[in-house]
Design a protein around this ligand. Structure first.
Ligand code: AR6
Length: 172
């Protein structure tokens, strides 16, 4: 059984070792989940982010979690949706893989993801959920060092979509 869970709520309240932030290339905060994580972690998070020099789309960087319960924040930059033929799927998959790779290298055992790129960056949520679930599943099969991944959906609608995707892929 692959250890993937889906929950509805606020990712800043997760009790996992690390939470993933859907950031932008500057890594200096923003709206949506990025804003919520920076508010909850406190100003030291921005200070550390300033030392990182940004992050390209599809890559990930790690910082401490400061006032969060999570000990680490993994910042990844999802693609802006531009119709689907500009490498968006591959870049989104890379966000999940790079985040998991960083987590594994830091001995992080439990990790929570938001629905990367599906807010301000307008990636269609069903398509993004399919990529999220298959990327995480493939990675966990190859690298079982991660014990649990939680997808934290902000809305009930997103929660239902992720659930459906997980159910469909589990039956294969
Ligand atoms: N917990 C979990 N999910 C959340 C939370 C929260 N507290 N708040 C929002 N979401 P978005 P993106 C959901 O826009 O599309 C930022 O300004 C939200 O409902 O946060 O990757 C960055 O700085 C949606 O389902 O990220 C970038 O500039 C999901 O998180 C840009 O937005 C992602 O929405 C990144 O855009």
């Amino acid at each position: 059984m692959i250890p993937i869970e889906i929950t509805q709520g606020d990712i800043t309240l997760q009790q996992t070792d690390a939470i993933v932030n859907a950031a932008n290339t500057a890594l200096l905060g923003g709206g949506g989940v990025d804003g919520a994580i920076h508010r909850a972690a406190g100003p030291e998070l921005l200070e550390e982010c300033r030392t990182l020099g940004g992050c390209p789309t599809g890559e990930a960087r790690i910082t401490k979690g400061y006032r969060l319960t999570a000990r680490y924040v993994i910042h990844t930059v999802g693609p802006v949706w531009r119709g689907g033929s500009r490498g968006e799927d591959r870049l989104l998959q890379s966000c999940y893989e790079k985040s998991l790779g960083l987590a594994a290298s830091q001995a992080i055992r439990t990790l929570a993801f938001p629905s990367i790129s599906t807010g301000a960056y307008r990636f269609p949520v069903s398509r993004a959920a399919g990529i999220a679930v298959s990327s995480v599943r493939d990675y966990l099969e190859r690298a079982p060092v991660i014990e649990k991944v939680v997808f934290v959906c902000f809305s009930k609608n997103d929660y239902d979509i992720y659930h459906e995707v997980l159910k469909v892929t589990e039956s294969f």
